[in-house]
Design a protein around this ligand. Structure first.
Ligand code: 4AD
Ligand code: MG
Length: 479
């Protein structure tokens, strides 16, 4: 009779006690020629497999090395030893794939995150990355669940586009032209008419503009896909390829947008608290260890779960840009010239040092900043009555800075046209976007949440390169 293969999670939950079971996984450690710690990714925890070494051939024992893939069969029993409730009394071991112990990089000891980044194809076999990636997966599910429960439709916006939604010009070109010898037009410029799409195209920086077209028919929609930015920001919070969640809702104004974003973030973080207990506990302990190496006054006062709970239990502070500038102007770091960029006047763009001051030092809570100067925001944001601010909102999080950027959209054709001209945007590229303002225009709003920044917050990791399987950053597209 074929034995049922159980996941290690099922076995550790006590399913199949006293039965003959088979488990398959990768060896984490093998000690005293007797105890295998086996992991299959279904949970953070390993199952202990007790080998009857007297009756196991010497050459098989030698092949039980860290990293090897094996199948073990035996009886699931309650463990007498400490540290685990159940273990497998092994009757049979099959080596599915050997691992060279001399060169296998993931040894049973602490490796630095920097070292593991170089081994991104194997790092998920460590406890830390296993936990992070399981939380990432749970968060993705929670996101879809939230929108589904709230009547949103999921739309797939294109990855290749001809428009620059954010107008920041930080795009990756998509082309099949011969880079060495491109066709030229009469002006001596590259002739994109001969390119694959007959025009210049790039990888999208945001699905928003296309999502707006769907919101103006389906009412409530969201996108959740990869976005690309060729900004040369080598920071712990920027990726060249990241995932963004962008809801867009017809007939919703900026206040509704703030309510939606806050409710959404609380739901998905709450989901993780409820469904990722083991992984969060592990990540919390990891963070505590890491904090111990910091000077006392830089250590966080809260544990990871306390931080998440704090977000769930408190209202986000809603503060206008104008108020924020007043606070920053009069702040200690500004007066003592501790900010790298001093805040001198209204209109200044906020840097992450300012955002983090507001969140971490001043309000000590997530902050929603709104009504920014039109000049520092994208063309599509709705102009306020004052003629100089727009209905923008950014959500700022402790340890992260900006996690959400969004706005109410300019629904008035004449105002939008003026903006397009003012900002030197090619209106021929945007004809379809402008059409929305001609045919049944209406108030509408949306926002973009940077998925990796959310995962950073939920896992307590500090570098965005450690919360996406294969990070793309300047000078780095390995794997
Ligand atoms: O503020 P952003 O640029 O907003 C937009 O793209 C809008 N079109 C969204 C919308 O209204 N539908 O980006 C949104 C969020 C940021 O708040 C940040 O969390 C994340 O995307 N983000 C990045 N995450 C990682 N790496 C980068 N280079 C990022 N750039 C933005
Ligand atoms: Mg932004």
């Amino acid at each position: 009779m074929a034995l049922k293969v159980y996941s290690i999670k099922q076995l550790l939950d006590g399913e199949a006690l006293l039965q003959e079971v088979t488990a398959k996984g990768w060896i984490r450690t093998f000690r005293s020629n007797r105890f295998i710690a086996l992991n299959d990714g279904s949970t953070l925890h390993n199952i202990q497999c007790v080998v009857d070494f007297e009756n196991t051939p010497e050459d098989l024992l030698r092949r039980l090395t860290t990293g090897a893939a094996i199948s073990v069969s035996g009886t699931l029993v309650e463990s007498q030893g400490r540290g685990q409730k159940f273990e497998i009394q092994v009757k049979n071991i099959e080596i599915l794939g050997d691992s060279d112990p001399e060169s296998y990089p993931i040894q049973p000891k602490k490796h630095s995150l920097e070292f593991l980044r170089e081994k991104a194809h194997l790092r998920v076999r460590t406890n830390t990355f296993g936990a992070v990636m399981r939380v990432r997966s749970a968060l993705s599910f929670a996101i879809h669940q939230y929108f589904r429960q709230n009547g949103f439709y999921y739309v797939h916006t294109p990855v290749i586009t001809g428009s620059d939604a954010e107008g920041a010009g930080e795009m990756f070109r998509v082309s099949t032209l011969d880079a060495k010898n491109p066709p030229l037009n009469e002006e001596g410029e590259v002739n994109y008419k001969e390119d694959f799409f007959g025009k210049e195209t790039n990888l999208t920086v945001s699905g928003q503009l296309e999502a707006e077209t769907y919101a103006m028919a389906l009412g409530k929609v969201y996108t959740f896909g990869p976005t690309f930015r060729a900004e040369n920001s080598n920071t712990s919070r920027h990726l060249a390829e990241f995932w963004m969640i962008e809801p867009e809702v017809a007939f919703m104004d900026l206040d509704g947008n703030m309510d939606l974003a806050e409710d959404f973030i609380k739901y998905v973080l709450g989901y993780v608290l409820e469904n990722c207990e083991d992984d969060l506990k592990f990540l919390e302990d990891r963070l505590l260890q890491e904090e111990k190496s910091k000077p006392k006054d830089e250590r966080s006062e809260m544990t990871l779960t306390e931080k998440i709970r704090f977000v769930l239990d408190n209202n986000f502070k809603r503060v206008s840009y104008t108020e924020a500038i007043e606070i920053l102007k009069n702040s200690k770091p500004n007066k003592k010239k501790k900010f790298q960029y001093l805040i001198e006047e209204w209109g200044a763009d906020l840097q992450s040092e300012h955002e983090r001051f507001l969140v971490e030092k001043h309000f000590k809570a997530p902050v929603i900043l709104f009504d920014y100067p039109a000049k520092i925001k994208a063309f599509y944001m709705r102009l306020n009555e004052d003629g100089k601010t727009v209905r923008a909102m950014d959500i700022l999080f402790p340890g992260i800075g900006e996690i959400v950027g969004g706005s109410q959209r300019e629904e008035r054709l004449d105002v939008l046209m003026e903006k397009v001209k003012e900002m030197g945007i090619d209106e021929k590229e945007l004809w379809w976007y402008l059409d929305l303002r001609k045919y049944g225009t209406a108030v509408h709003s949306g926002f973009g949440l940077g998925f990796e920044r959310l995962v950073l917050f939920a896992t307590g990791m500090t570098n965005i390169r450690d919360v996406i399987p294969f990070p793309r950053t300047p000078q780095n597209a390995e794997f």
